[in-house]
Write a protein that binds this ligand. Structure first.
Ligand SMILES: NC(=O)c1ccc[n+]([C@@H]2O[C@H](COP(=O)([O-])OP(=O)(O)OC[C@H]3O[C@@H](n4cnc5c(N)ncnc54)[C@H](O)[C@@H]3O)[C@@H](O)[C@H]2O)c1
Length: 300
């Protein structure tokens, strides 16, 4: 029998290892439930956490409480297979994905209400341990990721958090906002370009390593992002910046080039590598790219 190339067998081994990661998806609505289901479809163990008994009971029966194309069959399958279950109680895990609502406050000012995110972060803080990763997927205003980190720091002074220590942090915190459209969520969750920001590049890498198990970009060379990618690929990396700006400090001396957002948009979707945003801050829906945020792609 022909032997597997070493790199292929190593990759399989690494993928198998990663799949052992236990994950929790907090908030099982229009975004959280499909997300939990596709994580489970990739054979990763996932427990969905929701404050609603009705939501949890429905999912544990293998049924769904929202409308989304093909979601019913998928949830039924992964619940039967035992890779997805739901609970109202959070328990320790390796990866926490937060997908709770961020509605506008009723102040007439369109002020985003991040209290659900902070409530979820408080729950996570209670069970957080060293080497865990938190990925915020709710659509949040700029600064929410750091605010969440600061909240957790106050609740867990025993942990070293990213951006607050000169040593290697105990946990990673990333921001990966969802941009899917209802009606095509399952397809878009797996295939859309994805923006991942992290408080540090290490946070980005940890979030990306988790997403690489479930997204359909395993073969894309551009799945490695942020400054380390630029260092590796040098001038082949183009940094997409929507507004006039300077090359971010992290990329100085890497050979990476800055291009405008229009250049990126002009590239046919199938030729785009998976987009990424390297930034510690959140974005709000109408400002898909905030100043200071950057996307990368590999030049062909
Ligand atoms: N729905 C969309 O099409 C869409 C698209 C892109 C982004 N988003 C963003 O995704 C996020 C989630 O939106 P959604 O549409 O899935 O919301 P949703 O209202 O459909 O579901 C949210 C779920 O979270 C649960 N929840 C609330 N607080 C909780 C807590 N503290 N712990 C556990 N569970 C909790 C609720 O019971 C509910 O089941 C929002 O930030 C939204 O802006 C939504």
């Amino acid at each position: 029998m022909p032997r597997l190339p070493a790199c292929l067998s190593l990759r399989r081994l690494l993928n198998a290892r990663r799949r052992e990661a236990r994950s929790r998806v907090i908030g099982l609505g229009c975004i959280g439930l499909p997300t939990a289901a596709i994580i489970a479809r990739a054979n990763c163990q996932v427990t969905g956490i929701d404050v609603s008994d009705h939501v949890v009971d429905t999912i544990n029966r293998g049924e769904i409480h929202i409308e989304e194309v093909d979601l019913d069959g998928l949830v039924q399958g992964v619940v039967q297979r035992g890779t997805l279950r739901a609970s109202t109680q959070i328990v320790p895990a390796d990866v926490f994905v937060i997908a709770v609502p961020t509605p506008f406050e009723k102040d007439g000012q369109h002020t985003p209400d991040t209290s659900y995110v902070m409530a979820a972060a408080t729950e996570v803080a209670g069970v957080l341990k060293k080497s865990d990763t938190i990925i915020l997927e709710s659509t949040c205003p700029v600064g929410t990721t750091e605010a969440m980190r600061d909240l957790i720091a106050g609740l867990r002074p025993d942990l070293k958090l990213p951006g607050q220590t000169a040593e290697t942090p105990d946990v990673s915190i990333a921001y990966c906002p969802e941009r899917v459209l209802p009606g095509k969520i399952l397809e878009e969750l797996a295939h859309n370009d994805r923006s991942i920001g992290g408080i540090t590049p290490r946070c980005v890498r940890k979030a990306l390593a988790f997403r690489a198990n479930i997204d359909d970009f395993r073969e894309s060379p551009a799945r490695f992002i942020a400054a380390s990618l630029a260092r590796e690929f040098g001038e082949r990396v183009q940094i997409v910046e929507p507004y006039a700006g300077e090359l971010p400090r992290e990329f100085e001396g890497t050979g990476a080039a800055l291009v405008g957002h229009d250049v990126f948009k002009a590239v046919p979707a199938e030729e785009r590598s998976h987009a990424l945003i390297y930034d510690t801050r959140g974005i709000w829906p109408d400002a898909r790219y905030s100043a200071g945020q950057i996307g990368l792609r590999l030049a062909s």
